[in-house]
Design a protein around this ligand. Structure first.
Ligand code: ZN
Length: 189
């Protein structure tokens, strides 16, 4: 996967939340529980969206080339997402995160980057974006992780992470929030 561990412009949890919220509003799905992530990725990436065979993409479930405006999704993952399978939906939203957040990033070259840790990790950012887009705080508030999985169509791991973070207060230290995720989705691109 192209961005694993890549150092990108740092973004806090709150910044990523604002971007995900703006996108939901723009797509007029702000109050929707089960968002049409396949349609969203297809329309946002346009001709850059490609469904590819496992021969082409190997073990990767998805690959994004933000600088070229391309999102590739393995065909079995694409069809699973079309059927509403949670983990596949996570993967599409994760790739959309790379596409939108890392488009103009020149990797690890800027001397102006001073923050260290997960805030500048492209994988952390894409995972947070995915969870915040599919299961935002205003939709999941008061719900259990099992409920969030069912209603929002996210994996249980994502739902658990989102339920926990939905309780953070807006002035909390971003670094502690960034470091609070035990597991990253390290196997989907
Ligand atoms: Zn990724």
């Amino acid at each position: 996967m192209i961005f694993r561990g890549a150092k990108v412009k740092p973004r806090t949890y709150w910044e990523i939340e604002a971007i995900a919220q703006a996108l939901r509003k723009q797509c007029q799905i702000d109050d929707m529980e089960f968002v049409p992530i396949v349609k969203m990725v297809e329309s946002i990436a346009g001709e850059g969206f490609q469904v590819v065979s496992s021969d082409e993409i190997g073990n990767n479930e998805g690959l994004t080339y933000p600088d070229r405006g391309i999102i590739q999704v393995r065909e079995d993952v694409y069809y699973a997402a079309c059927k509403g399978e949670e983990r596949a939906r996570d993967t599409l939203a994760h790739e959309l995160g790379h596409f939108l957040l890392h488009r103009s990033t020149s990797l690890a070259r800027s001397s102006t980057i001073t923050v260290t840790g997960p805030l500048m990790d492209s994988e952390w950012q894409a995972d947070e974006f995915s969870g915040l887009l599919l299961a935002p705080t205003h939709i999941i508030i008061g719900k259990t992780a099992a409920d969030v999985t069912k209603r929002c169509g996210v994996s249980l791991q994502t739902a658990i992470n989102r339920v926990k973070k939905s309780k953070y207060q807006p002035k909390a230290e971003p670094q502690s929030i960034a470091g609070s995720k035990e597991n990253s989705n390290s196997d989907n691109s």
